[in-house]
Design a protein around this ligand. Sequence first.
Ligand code: MG
Length: 391
Amino acid sequence: MKQKRKNLVILGSTGSIGQNTLEVVRRQSARFRVVGLAAGRNIWLLTSQVEEFQPEVVAVESESLALELRKKVGKQVKIVYGESGYQTVASWKKADLVVSAMTGIAGLKPTLAALNSGKDLALANKETMVVAGALIRKMASQTGSRIIPVDSEHSGVFQCLRGNNKKQVKKIYLTASGGPFFRVPLEELPKKTLAEALKHPRWKMGRKVTIDSATMMNKGLELIEARWLFNLRPEQLEVLIHPQSIVHALVEFVDGSILAQLSQTDMKIPIQYALSFPERWESPLPYLSLAEIGSLEFYPVEEKRYPLFNLARRVLEAGRSFPVVLNAANEVAVEAFLEEEINFGEIFQVVEYCLEAHRPRYLKTLEEILETDRITRELARQFLRKRGKER
Ligand code: MG
């Protein structure tokens, strides 16, 4: 039986997840048609993606970039730009599945636009769930959109939950590699350089998430993401350090059984699952050899080593507007670290400062979320400017 091709939109097509998604599509080309792409400023890569996949619509960040792209690609592709452009692509009529893989809060509005138009969503943008989890759940249940996680740990949980009664889940465990600083002496941590923080031992990822892995803020954000994706209570969510990064998640049931999901550390595996769901397809990657790996280790999270993870854990429990503040302050701090304006230890100080200054409230609308995000970013930048002058 010949299956209908799935029409895909990829938001964030030039980023790490976007490129991996297109790699999966390339290998399964009979199953997909790419109808829309959205990217930021990487016109060079976007041009080659447009030439190869021939989408109907493409969005870039600004009008000038749209004009630049116009000169490079054929007339048949529609080019849009800016916030409204991203929303146009996200809600493109022909799309069956939207891959949400823009980095940071920039992905929020397009993701909501996709859900609002009833599209199924392959969600890689964890910040979206962190800041607007309640809103997203509500919108998806209204329009009937399915949300399929792309993040490897959440894909693991999602797979372990299939065919089981969610009411019988006791706990879920997300694993963390521990990042590049899992074994360095604690007193050396604050002075770690950008180059050292960018050397992730297991995963090849974008710069922002690689830094978040070194601080383990990434795992904190993932806990909050999991809380909303799977509708669990904070006390049901745990993290285990697992340096081999072979087990991505474990689900413990009330009868004492634990199911785990294992695979190679390659994002193409969870991406392909999100695209093939509810089916499974052959993988072009080498299969896992447990005999070769030999042993799998698990450790508790050492609190002193990962102070940002502890902040995130507290934010998970405190709820309300705190996750928005956590995410915004962290984005500003990580940007500053990537620009080498602050040192590794100062990422924590920025985030802690913003959380302490914050007066929590319930955020019900997108506008309220974005306003809290904006105010927090301003506060974080003020803190950084003051810090800069003191030097
Ligand atoms: Mg992850």
